[in-house]
Design a protein around this ligand. Structure first.
Ligand code: ATP
Ligand code: MG
Length: 568
């Protein structure tokens, strides 16, 4: 089931209770000779997020483990909220994550069959047309502590129900005027069993069936039957559907169709972000972010654009596992998996985000030389490259202090540091503008330290990166931070809105970055580690001559932490 180029052994190794259930069902032949069949059933009303990645890895990963198959099924029963754009993006994201489906299905493929089954339930006296309004139905439903009351239309004759339901389908009645309900038990302690609505009237165009239908099945009526039609053995979904399971079973039992089985697991929640498609859509619609694939979004398309990899996301959700209680996972854990993966794979490069000019006074004017640099110290097979060194360089503004605070070991007047892979340099003097701002730092270098090696055993406490001013390529750099400023974005004042907790500083744009010349040819999606700075990925907004990089993640910066603590 995994596409061959992204074989993922990690999914097989972690244990979880879902695997135990499937193992037992296979052993006891609960589904006879049927093979394990699962489905991933997104509603095409938004883009997939990292929570969906967990469901995808469970649905596809577990089926694959047992030699089974997985369908991608669009749960498209709400025509007003669903769009082809979402259908396309979902397929793209599932493939990107490394999975391929057995069959591409749509709940709307089954509208005809579902309708026939509804007629069957009416004929069996197990469904009826109700003329109560939505509000009245709510009032009659009772509460968690009080039983519901029967609708005055509950005992309609079967013939009348058949007549009204076929006329509902023919479009004779306006939206909301009638519904079809299952006749179960208005006193059930489970509110979902109190004569749930099966069909509603909705004169709306559907992204696939157009105007063929003006009645649409409810989720609960469509989902289990769609599973059954596809011979899904294990229908895994999140815990909020646990209360719906008796209803899932009731429909299947009344219709005596393939006995698909629902199993619930915990939703993935992450700190500093949220997983509700409705809220994510609001962020997009209100232009709080630049679209579903904004690199700050927890969507798969956003994470992809930011530079996250499918391998890291799969390893992360596999490590999180599945359980029967909801919890919250630290966003830092996802970052940890991503750093591990990029550390192994990302090519290194030197890039200066906030440049400060350095002139090496005793380096001959007009001379340039190549220094040999490893492309990835973690991966010798990545080879080496040549980087141009010359008399004038850029270093990070942060790597120089005119008056160094305690424990600051980088460049400052009179101090010697190593320019990575190049030479030892000592700061001699500075040039300032009339307003007092720093223009450039003048240094001397030790020609005997070529390659960054100490000529006489003399130690320097710091190695800093650099690029040659004459050869550097310019770039825009987009630095991202947490989308929300609180670990729990839903932690709001009573009258407040979740979006009040958006982090106002989640995006910082640097326009003057200087990169080593080898990056001039980088393509959208290419990922790098900018040495000492972080992981970066070329944004698709880039065009020839105008490079834009997204920061995927900073490297862990112990200095920044210390700086905060000491107030230095
Ligand atoms: P939302 O409430 O954000 O719209 P949803 O659950 O309605 O989410 P669906 O498109 O219906 O989204 O989800 C498809 C599948 O993904 C379902 O089986 C659902 O249970 C699962 N899923 C959705 N969100 C998560 C999550 N945060 N963690 C794990 N699985 C999830
Ligand atoms: Mg849903």
């Amino acid at each position: 089931m995994m596409t061959s180029n992204t074989e993922s052994p990690e999914i097989r190794t972690t244990s979880n209770f879902l695997r135990d259930i499937i193992e037992e069902d296979v052993r006891t032949k609960k589904f006879g000779d049927a093979t394990v069949q699962t489905r991933f059933p997104p509603e095409p009303n938004g883009y997939l997020h990292i929570g969906h990645a967990k469901a995808i890895c469970l649905d596809f990963g577990l089926a694959d483990e047992f030699g089974g198959k997985t369908n991608l099924r669009f749960d498209d029963t709400n025509p007003e909220k669903e769009e082809q754009e979402y259908v396309d993006s979902i397929q793209n994201d599932v493939r990107w994550l490394g999975f391929d489906w057995e069959r591409l299905c749509y709940a709307s493929d089954y509208f005809g069959q579902l309708y026939e089954w509804a007629l069957q339930l009416i004929r069996a006296g197990k469904a009826y047309v109700d003329d109560l309004t939505a509000d009245e139905i709510r009032q009659y439903r009772g509460t968690l502590t009080e039983p519901g009351r029967d609708s005055p239309y509950r005992d309609r004759a079967i013939e009348e129900n058949l007549d009204l339901f076929t006329r509902m389908k023919r479009g004779e009645f306006p939206d909301g005027s009638r519904v079809l309900r299952a006749k179960i038990d208005m006193a059930s302690p489970n509110v979902n069993m109190r004569d749930p609505v099966m069909y509603r009237i909705l004169h709306a165009s559907h992204h696939r069936t157009g105007d063929d239908w003006c009645i649409y099945p409810m989720y609960d009526y469509a989902h289990g039957q769609s599973d059954s039609i596809e011979h899904v053995t294990h229908s895994m979904c999140t815990l909020e559907f646990a209360d719906h399971q008796p209803l899932y079973r009731w429909y299947i039992e009344q219709l005596a169709i393939f006995p698909s089985q629902q199993i619930e697991f915990d939703r993935l929640n992450l700190t500093y972000t949220l997983m509700s498609k409705r809220k994510l859509l609001q962020l997009v619609q209100e232009n709080r972010v630049k679209g579903w694939d904004d690199p700050r979004m927890p969507t798969l398309s956003g994470l992809r654009r930011r530079g996250f990899t499918p391998e890291a996301i799969r390893a992360f959700v596999t490590s999180v596992g599945a359980s029967r209680t909801n919890g919250v996972v630290d966003f830092e854990m996802l970052e940890h998996f991503q750093r591990n993966d990029l550390n192994r794979r990302a090519a290194r490069a030197m890039a200066v985000l906030r440049p400060l000019k350095v002139v090496i006074d005793n380096y001959p004017e007009g001379r340039k030389e190549f220094v040999d640099v490893a492309n990835n110290p973690e991966d010798p097979s990545a080879g080496t490259r040549q980087v141009l060194f010359s008399r004038e360089l850029y270093i990070e503004q942060d790597d120089f202090r005119e008056v160094p605070p305690p424990k600051y070991y980088r460049l400052s007047p009179g101090k010697e540091v190593r320019l990575r892979n190049a030479y030892f340099v000592t700061a001699q003097s500075i040039v300032k503008a009339p307003d007092g701002s720093l223009i450039e730092v003048h240094c001397t270098y030790d020609p005997a330290s070529r390659g960054g090696n100490s000529p006489d055993g003399r130690k320097v406490k710091s190695t800093i990166h650099w690029v040659s001013t004459a050869h550097a390529v310019s770039a825009e750099i987009r630095l991202y931070d947490k989308l929300f400023s609180k670990p729990d974005p839903y932690d709001v004042e009573e009258s407040g809105d979740v979006l009040d907790n958006l982090n106002p500083n989640s995006l910082e744009i640097l326009t003057g970055a200087k990169l080593e010349p080898s990056l001039a040819d980088a393509k959208a999606g290419d990922r790098f580690q900018f040495e000492r700075v972080g992981y970066f990925c070329v944004d698709p907004d880039s065009s020839p001559g105008k490079l834009i990089f997204n920061r995927t993640l900073p490297l862990k910066d112990s200095w920044a932490k210390l700086e905060k603590k000491t107030g230095a």
